[in-house]
Write a protein that binds this ligand. Structure first.
Ligand SMILES: [Zn+2]
Length: 272
């Protein structure tokens, strides 16, 4: 077997094990949480957000072409968002989980109303659009009578993400993870100026820069992105365990990933 192939196999093993463990992080917690009828909404929100975190982590793990600075950070920023949301909800789960749901329902209602207004204005519906709108309304109605759903146009929490992070005691995480990855997620100058420009080779052009595309042949493949996905998933799991009892038989997908990545790096050194 070629050395490159050998390394790929070890890394692929680490990825598959991480994906299986990450999924167990969700299921073992869901089975352990003290769920009661009155608190269904709390565990629906936390369960959905943790499932979202596992989904994002697994998608990153399964897509080595994303282990690079162009698209990887978009996922990292989304994971940072999930973490701060969860950490803030955990400070007052009953009230804040309800706020989170109501805001989402309000947004969904607004979306339906925009589309209805467009159709009332004479736009021809696309195939299946009417059914889609009805299904969306049923989803909203099933949770709260639609006429009671108020539309709140501000942030769902009433404060911005920085304030949420500060209240939840994770301002460092906001400063060093959420903000830096936002540059990529929002395609801001400090991202595109670094990753999508390069200095023109003609000195007579006055040192301007020209747009550049990543080399798609070689992009990807730095397992550090996978490491970060595991780390942020772990952070969210620990935050929830700090409030609701953790699983009886913990999995710890992140610890296992760290050991596996150690093996990968060691092998890479040996093969060098
Ligand atoms: Zn030039």
């Amino acid at each position: 077997m070629s050395e490159k192939r050998q390394l790929e196999e070890v890394l692929d093993g680490a990825v598959q094990t991480f994906i299986a463990n990450a999924q167990r992080e969700l299921h073992t917690r869901w089975d352990t949480w003290p769920r009661t009828f009155e608190r269904n909404h709390v565990f629906e929100v936390l369960g959905a957000l943790l499932a979202r975190q596992v989904t994002l982590a697994c998608q990153v793990a399964a897509s080595p072409q994303m282990w690079e600075p162009h698209s990887g950070p978009i996922f990292m920023r989304a994971m940072a968002d999930v973490h701060i949301t969860v950490a803030w909800i955990l400070l007052a789960p009953d009230d804040r989980a309800q706020k989170f749901i109501h805001h989402g329902l309000g947004q969904a209602k607004l979306e339906v109303e925009h589309r209805r207004a467009e159709l009332a204005d004479g736009r021809t519906p696309k195939p299946g659009e009417a059914e889609l709108l009805k299904a969306r309304e049923r989803w909203i109605d099933g949770q709260r009578l639609m006429f009671l759903t108020s539309v709140n146009l501000g942030a769902w929490s009433g404060i911005n993400t920085r304030q949420m992070a500060e209240e939840a005691g994770c301002l460092d995480f906001y400063n060093y993870v959420y903000v830096p990855f936002s540059g990529c997620a929002h395609s801001m100058w400090h991202h595109v100026g670094v990753f999508n420009l390069q200095r023109c080779s003609n000195p007579l052009h006055g040192l301007h820069s020209v747009p550049v595309l990543p080399d798609f042949e070689t992009v990807g493949g730095d397992p550090h992105t996978l490491y970060l996905a595991g780390k942020y998933l772990d952070k969210t799991c620990r935050a929830i365990d700090g409030v609701f009892s953790g699983p009886a038989e913990p999995v710890n997908a992140f610890d296992n990933l760290c050991y596996a990545l150690d093996d990968v790096y060691r092998l890479a050194q040996e093969l060098r």
